[in-house]
Design a protein around this ligand. Sequence first.
Ligand code: AMP
Ligand code: ZN
Length: 482
Amino acid sequence: MFMSEISFYNTLGRRIEKFKPLEKDSVKIYSCGPTVYNYVHLGNIRAYVFVDLLKRYLRYRGYKVEHVMNITDVDDKTIRDSQKSGKTLKEFTDFYLQAFIDDLQVMNILLPDVMPKATDHMSEIVDLVEKLTKNGYTYRSGDSVYYKISQFKNYGELAQLDKQILKSNASGRLNDKDEYEKEQVNDFVLWKAWQPEDGEVYWQTRIGKGRPGWHIECSAMSMKNLGESFDIHCGGVDLIFPHHTNEIAQSEAATGKKFVNYWLHNAHLTVDGQKMAKSLGNFYTLKDLKEKGYDPLLLRFILLKTHYRQTLNFSFSDFDEAKSIVEKFINLLTILDTIKDGGNNDGGVKKELKKIIGSCDEKFIAAMDDDLNVSLALAAVYEFINEVNKIINQMTVGDAELAKDFIDKLDSVLGFVNSFYSKHVFLLSQKINNPQLHEILIKREEARAQKDYAAADELRKEALDLGFIIEDTSDGYRIKIK
Ligand code: AMP
Ligand code: ZN
């Protein structure tokens, strides 16, 4: 009996660990979502595709998955840019939130079960800050509230912060910014007092007039939706410090319980070796891709095929390889869909097919169980395609259904095969009504009936010029789009 267990590389401890969820059959995941002040770039998309792969695979392995991804809809950037645009904060951020959801759908990323907004969670945030104050982890400076990191014994464990840096820096230096460098280990803001440049944006609360810091938002929203302890927390490696480090400090100081068991971080998408980032101006959005004529779902494949912990340098040349892989799937499905019974019905082919499917499933699971080793998993899938192609001419309709069901199952993880194939079938059905093609096909049938193969070949070339590939089969021909 085949047995394999899932293991993940846990940033907390920097080692591969067996995965054991808190509840036997269900997994709770939190991933940091976007700050909705602009369109997301392809680097961000890498982070979201990674979580999507993780979720889909856990479902493939039979787990129920509950996924929460927050929306940061108040911070320095959203306030600054909404003011520039002359819109209210809500109008401004709602626009980019919708653009974000549209992008997720274009990428075939399954939507999170809950997408909480920071601005809808002020009371949870205030409660949490009060709890931290009660437990002795905060102090006030002016009208703002800060977290005192020297009070939290394990501060910096996730980021493996150098004890020396901690000692020399953790002396109550205030930091009002949400993002800062590793060398600056500071106390950080939980609640920012209102300043005139915030304009209309503030909440009048028990802890003062102002707005929350970025880190406290994620602690409040994750624990509200998933409980004080949950299984997996994801994000890009840039979030390990300070964001996730501070989330742990806040949540554990408030509850006294372990916040998260497995921390999974994706590596960066880079451009010429540098992190793709808004601030560096070296980024592309999905809109840029579409304008250049690239199908975003090819990007999905490019992102999927690189292991999530490996840095990936973005290059348009990767799209060609992606296209050729997608064609393998389309060709296979096209042939499976044209099988009209016949074939070898003695059951031998079915037996062989079942063996091919079983072997792929086993290798796929063994690879993905190993910290989502997608390269090996895809190698198993390519082997499956090759093996099926070897017996495809003897397959019956029932065999074809079996193969297609398994492709569907694989695609529940991959998330691009059926989308490409449906698009292909749609385009084909539109194009196939082309009257010139019809004429060519009729003439070609006549030529073949008269065994005039030179004329038939000539007509095949004419079809190719129109964008169609004609392939002869044992019971007629099939047409593909060039
Ligand atoms: P942000 O909007 O900058 O907070 O980023 C949203 C998500 O995208 C976070 O999980 C980041 O870690 C991730 N991210 C940002 N830039 C990149 C990049 N170049 N490559 C991979 N992930 C990134
Ligand atoms: Zn977060």
